[in-house]
Design a protein around this ligand. Structure first.
Ligand code: SAM
Ligand code: TMP
Ligand code: ZN
Length: 405
């Protein structure tokens, strides 16, 4: 058994997706086959309950100049971050000359509003191309990995920070001990470290197995984040459920004794206990469900092809790499995937080499069925593409089970 990256305890492996490519490595046709592969397997620590990958992908293989993901690709996410930026400005950042750092600032979707308000801020993100979008929007960015050394530099130059915020990024960092040492060096005595991320309870509850991929090294729960915060000398002070990305949680972490711990923390931990998030059977049941979903999806796509129906993918998500590669779905079943990210268009999906086309091509002509890989943005996409259903088109979803709407 591999040791837990948080507490050193034994990690019980509960699913092996086999050999998988780096999920965001959308390749040019001429470089197809150059993707980096690793064994995607996931386990749960029997001591601190942290769910984590068994094998770590070197960070430079995932986050580099060509990293394509942009937070701004979803209107719902733009609104979500803008709203949170205003909440911070009116709350934690309302004091005298406040300073906020964002880990994984990406294209500046969150910090833009902070910058516009004239508040001192710094985004930290190693992916140069997306960081350029943030800079163009007036956001100050350090193109770098957040870790103890970079955090100490920031503390010396600009610190201390009143808020360190990070959405959908801390779970991507296997070397999380270094992140906490960095937070310790940079955060003011009464500051808060706020993390928001996909919630393990929603992933297990909805059988959202595609949330397991290289970048999601950890899948957080309130219980495991509480244990992690304690281990690294901090305290989990609050947990707030969020509807984004198919069910997320916002964790507020502070120095011990500096904030009142909200009742929500113990309530969520109790609910997690009832849901069996600390029991091996829960994960072994999940594993059976994953296999069933893949069988059902391949059967449906094969039947549709035999009946002469056309099928197109929608949303070339990083998540789709797990579904496509694990289930063995290639261009014969899904000839192309539409996506609104310019840096993905004209490229091929990692491993399966399914071509990525623009969202405009979705209606030229509409297919009979669209397989929604961006199911976490279903409300936004189904509203945007309402003409598709009006024209007789149908959506295929595979979370929580394979179904057609
Ligand atoms: N925060 C944005 C959001 O929620 O939409 C972006 C999330 S994106 C999935 C993850 C981002 O984290 C990428 O832009 C990546 O470059 C960045 N990242 C990865 N490791 C990092 C690290 N050690 N420090 C700072 N950023 C990191
Ligand atoms: P995510 O689930 O990791 O946020 O990725 C969503 C992907 O789906 C991303 O590549 C952008 C794409 N997308 C569209 O193509 N159209 C849309 O309307 C939305 C919301 C996302
Ligand atoms: Zn552990």
């Amino acid at each position: 058994m591999v040791p837990c990256r948080i507490c050193g305890g034994p990690v019980d492996e509960f699913f092996d997706f086999g050999r998988q490519p780096v999920s965001d490595s959308f390749v040019l046709p001429e470089t197809a086959g150059s993707e980096f592969y690793f064994r995607l397997a996931v386990g749960v620590c029997t001591e601190c309950t942290m769910v984590q990958l068994i094998e770590e992908v070197p960070r430079e293989k995932m986050f580099h100049e060509d990293y394509p993901y942009r937070s701004a690709g979803s209107a719902v996410m733009r609104e979500h971050f803008e709203k949170y930026a205003h909440r911070l400005l009116e709350g934690e950042l309302a004091g005298d000359d406040p300073f906020v750092v964002e880990i994984g600032s990406n294209d500046g979707t969150m910090l833009k509003a902070i910058g516009r308000a004239g508040v001192r801020h710094l985004g930290v993100d190693p992916s140069a191309q997306v960081a350029e979008f943030a800079k163009a929007a007036g956001v100050r960015v350090r193109t770098d990995f957040f870790q103890d050394s970079s955090a100490r530099d920031i503390a010396a130059a600009d610190g201390p920070a009143d808020v360190i915020f990070s959405a959908n990024t801390v779970s991507h960092i296997a070397y999380i001990d270094s992140v906490f040492r960095g937070v310790d060096a940079l955060l003011g005595p009464d500051g808060v470290f706020v993390i928001e991320d996909r919630y393990l309870g929603s992933i297990i509850g909805q059988n959202a197995f595609d949330q397991i991929y290289d970048e999601h090294f950890y899948l957080f729960s309130v219980g495991s984040v509480q244990a992690m915060a304690r281990r690294f000398g901090f305290e989990l002070a609050d947990a707030e459920p969020l509807s984004v990305h198919g069910g997320s949680m916002r964790y507020t972490i502070a120095r011990p004794g500096r904030r009142t711990v909200s009742a929500a923390v113990t309530e969520h931990i109790e609910r997690e206990r009832e849901a069996g998030l600390g029991r091996p059977e829960t994960y072994h049941r999940f594993a059976q469900h994953v296999k069933k979903s893949c069988r059902d999806l391949v059967r449906l796509l094969t039947e549709l092809r035999e009946q002469g129906h056309s099928v197109v993918g929608y949303g070339a998500t990083a998540k789709s790499a797990t579904v496509l590669n694990y289930c063995g779905i290639g261009p014969d079943l899904v000839p192309f995937i539409c996506d609104n990210t310019p840096a993905k268009q004209g490229r091929l999906a990692p491993g399966t080499h399914i071509p990525i086309r623009s969202s405009e091509q979705f209606s030229q002509p509409y297919p009979d069925y669209a397989l929604l890989f961006a199911w976490n943005h279903a409300e936004e996409i189904l509203a945007k593409e309402r003409e598709f259903r009006a024209a007789g088109g149908k959506w295929i979803l595979y979370v929580p089970d394979v179904h057609i709407v």
